[in-house]
Design a binder for this molecule. Structure first.
Ligand code: FA5
Length: 349
């Protein structure tokens, strides 16, 4: 019986099978237990020697059972651990990655160029008072130039009109409001760029949006000249398009500069496409602007420090740069929130 029991123990492939063998031999009604129970019917001498024999068998079987149980438990644990193991070499699930909007990419290129030239970066309001967007920029209410930039007005008063004595407000039509705000706050000499959204009440098409972006630049000091302006725009073009970049200036009119110009950059891509890219307007700050700034400073209890100085300003649209750089044919794609467009810029930081 011992041989049989040991063979069955060795053959038990899992803990359930082993439990059956255990019950069969050493359980309450097991074969060995029964034999021990039957000793009572034997003569004392025989009972002693037979009892000793059976005990030897029982101990051998019990020992084999314990060993096998430990082994099977270990194997079961190993199998469980194996099943639950983390394979760190498996490819990950891949979190979706974001990316910078193409306009922000262009802005960071531009801001990088100007901060390296020592410009400060300023931020200002999109909801603006009429005076900062127009009046102080030499565009009085009767000036036809206001019609060049159709404006979204805020309906501040209860009937949509403004209260007497309360400045009318609007969504700024350009970032040139920051020329005024910055000069009122800071003393010359200064170099500043300001980025942000601007709004115009106009029909949209492939190159015009009602909301778009601008980068404004302003430099004021003694003896600042048109040559400094041209050199700065050329430096920006080189920063954007490399050492061979070309710029073109054409006379233009903006009430807040005199003389004024539009500037374009010669753009080429590796596919051999090229053209003049009309980027923005610029010019020498009009003396009326300096006077308006000093008036505002005086009203705020500050010193008049701008009259008699010279300076230049420029304003450009990053959308135009981004459209060419990324081959985007229609400005409206930038703001339509179409994931098929924006997905192409994933991972671009
Ligand atoms: C201005 O807004 C002036 N404030 C620029 C300026 C600043 C001149 C300082 C002189 C001194 P303009 O309206 O031309 O100028 O707009 C400047 C640039 O903004 C344009 O060259 C163009 O790149 C971009 N832009 C104008 N309108 C739109 C539009 N609807 N959609 C997209 N980009 C536009």
């Amino acid at each position: 019986m011992q041989q049989e029991a040991l063979a069955e123990i060795a053959a038990a492939g899992d803990l359930d099978a082993l439990q059956q063998v255990k019950t069969k031999y050493v359980g309450k009604k097991g074969l060995i237990t029964q034999q021990l129970g039957s000793l009572g019917g034997l003569a004392p001498e025989e009972r002693k020697s037979r009892g000793a024999e059976i005990n030897v068998v029982r101990q051998a079987v019990q020992g084999a059972l314990d060993k096998r149980e430990a082994l099977l438990k270990r194997a079961a644990l190993d199998a469980k651990l194996q099943g639950e193991a983390l394979d760190v070499t498996l490819p990950g699930l891949g979190l979706p990655s974001g990316g910078l909007h193409p306009i922000n990419r262009v802005y960071s290129d531009l801001i990088g160029i100007f901060t390296r030239l020592g410009y400060e970066v300023a931020e200002g309001p999109e909801v603006e008072e009429e005076h900062y967007n127009f009046g102080a920029l030499n565009i009085p209410w009767y000036h036809p130039a206001r019609e060049l930039q159709d404006t979204f007005w805020l309906k501040d008063g209860p009937d949509g009109s403004s209260e007497p004595g309360v400045p009318r407000r609007l969504l700024r039509t350009h970032t040139s409001n920051m020329q005024i705000r910055y000069m009122v706050e800071h003393e010359p000499p200064l170099k500043m760029v300001s980025r942000g959204k601007v709004y115009r009440y106009e029909a949209t098409d492939a190159t015009h949006e009602a909301m778009f972006h601008q980068l404004e630049g302003l430099v004021v000091g003694e003896g600042i000249s048109m040559a400094d302006l041209k050199g700065t725009i050329a430096e920006m073009a080189r920063g954007l398009y490399g050492a061979g970049a070309k710029v073109r200036f054409q006379p233009s009119y903006y009430p807040f500069v005199e003389p004024g110009a539009d500037f374009a950059v010669w753009w080429e891509n590796p596919r051999g496409e090229s053209k003049w890219l009309e980027l923005g307007g610029c010019g020498m700050v009009h003396p009326h602007v300096f006077k308006a700034v000093d008036d505002l400073r005086e009203a705020a209890g500050k010193e008049r420090v701008y009259e008699g100085l010279t300076g230049f300003a420029f304003g450009l649209g990053p959308e135009r740069i981004a459209m060419l750089k990324y081959g985007i044919p229609d400005i409206r794609y930038f703001y339509a929130n179409d994931p098929r467009v924006m997905r192409q810029f994933r991972g671009e930081l």
